[in-house]
Design a protein around this ligand. Structure first.
Ligand code: ZN
Length: 439
């Protein structure tokens, strides 16, 4: 994605690869039945937009499973980390595809300064997640020293990693925040850059971490479905230089500013090729040259998700997560709302729930405690992030009929700044709060 390919050659290469991908996809159960149903003659399709309103969605991946999409023999599989649905999506790949993505990642990492004499320690979560595998392959190409720590407690990572004096550190954004907080208290060492993937990042947080380490902090953008690398930042940090050799990108349903949903077609995958896959991420394509001088065009910073999912220190959270946290709590009603904001140095996730008149000795405090213990039992990953202090989790019991302001209750609300009515958790032993609840 970083080579200097004449634009006409790039377009020619993309067109050729697109037609090959169409041919391959047409043999899979999902695409063959969809193309037949829609009377699409794949031999006549030369460009993605000729497919009209046909797209592949995450829902298709879940409903048909990998079997519906497999066109070649897989060697490995990874799963999505997003939690808009209860089940993770499974995506299958070959070793050749892993090597290809590793090679592209190596080029991206080289561009931001990674060299053979660097020492890398990674805190990427290895559990079912594609990124650590892609990073490991990339680092093999670059030939640098590399230690895989996994996503462990930031303090433990700090104590153990510092003995290697890593010059480059990989981690998820919210984890890097906590880790950097610890480093600001206990001391830093010379670092070339920090590198994050898997979540979005507030620029103020990036600035703070760069100040602590006196080093650059770069983001990668990718999805499990895309097999990691869709694009990577350069020194300018003005969008992700996109991987046009391996994907055809479109932005659909765009508004007047060109902001719409990113849709991509894989061009070099033959185990599970994806045609016009809806990423669910809102962004725009930037075709103007970047000040860094790189040839590859860009994808702008992601501005949001198409559904109600929020990416924050807790993880990728969707409405169903909180329904599950409140399940079995008899005093909790189905009227609840989650607000997420950034306060100080970390995210706050506040679950506000309207509660029934309390009886059977249940107090508001019981609701709060039950919600937390349900999260611990039902979502170990979110609980782990909470214990690592990657975010604050608050459960607030609120009076009946206080949340719904429109016909539909918006379940997840991202706030730009802390709300003026932010509450501490309401305790059942606090008679004033209790009175407020029963109103
Ligand atoms: Zn650039």
């Amino acid at each position: 994605m970083f080579g200097k390919l004449p634009p006409s050659l790039m377009i020619g290469l993309q067109n050729m690869r697109f037609r090959e991908t169409m041919k391959l996809a047409a043999k899979t159960p999902f695409y063959s039945s969809e193309f037949e149903r829609r009377k699409i003659d794949t031999r006549k399709i030369k460009y993605p937009h000729q497919l009209g309103d046909f797209y592949t969605t995450g829902d298709h991946l879940l409903r048909y499973g990998p079997d519906g999409f497999i066109a070649g023999r897989p060697d490995t599989a990874f799963e999505t980390t997003g939690t808009t649905s209860e089940l993770p999506k499974r995506v299958f790949f070959s070793q050749r595809e892993l090597d290809e993505m590793g090679r592209i990642s190596a080029l991206g990492l080289y561009q931001i300064g990674l060299r053979r004499n660097d020492v890398v320690v990674s805190a990427f979560d290895v559990s079912f997640w594609v990124s650590p595998a892609v990073v490991r392959t990339a680092l093999q190409y670059l030939g640098c020293f590399h230690v895989e720590a996994g996503k462990i407690l930031p303090l433990e990572f700090y104590e153990r990693a510092k003995r290697y004096k890593p010059t480059v550190i990989f981690g998820e954004p919210s984890w890097l925040v906590r880790f950097s907080e610890i480093a600001s208290m206990k001391g830093t060492w010379p670092v070339k850059f920090l590198f994050a993937g898997g979540e979005n990042l507030a620029e103020e947080t990036r600035n703070e971490i760069e100040r602590i380490w006196d080093a650059s902090y770069y983001l990668n953008y990718g999805q499990t479905e895309s097999f990691g690398v869709i694009g990577v930042e350069c020194s300018e940090k003005t969008g992700y230089h996109r991987n046009d050799l391996n994907f055809l990108f479109e932005v659909v349903d765009a508004d007047r500013d060109g902001q719409g949903e990113l849709v991509y077609t894989t061009l070099t995958r033959n185990v599970m090729p994806l045609i016009r896959y809806r990423s669910n991420d809102i962004t725009s394509l930037i075709d103007e040259p970047c000040r860094c001088g790189l040839f590859a065009k860009r994808i702008a910073k992601i501005t949001g998700r198409c559904d109600e999912m929020i990416v924050c220190g807790m993880g990728n959270i969707g409405p169903w997560v909180f329904s599950e946290i409140l399940r079995d709590i008899t005093a909790a009603t189905d009227e609840w709302q989650v607000r997420v904001w950034h306060e100080g140095f970390r995210d706050v996730v506040e679950l506000r729930v309207e509660i029934n008149v309390l009886n059977n000795g249940e107090t508001a405090q019981t609701v709060v405690e039950s919600a937390k213990s349900n999260m611990r039992d039902r979502f170990p990953d979110f609980w782990k992030n909470f214990e690592m202090q990657l975010y604050d989790f608050r459960v607030v019991a609120v009076p009946r009929l206080s949340l719904r302001t429109a016909r539909k209750l918006k379940r997840l609300v991202a706030l730009d700044s802390p709300p003026t009515d932010a509450n501490d958790e309401i305790s059942g032993s606090d008679s004033h709060s209790l009175a407020k609840i029963i109103l």
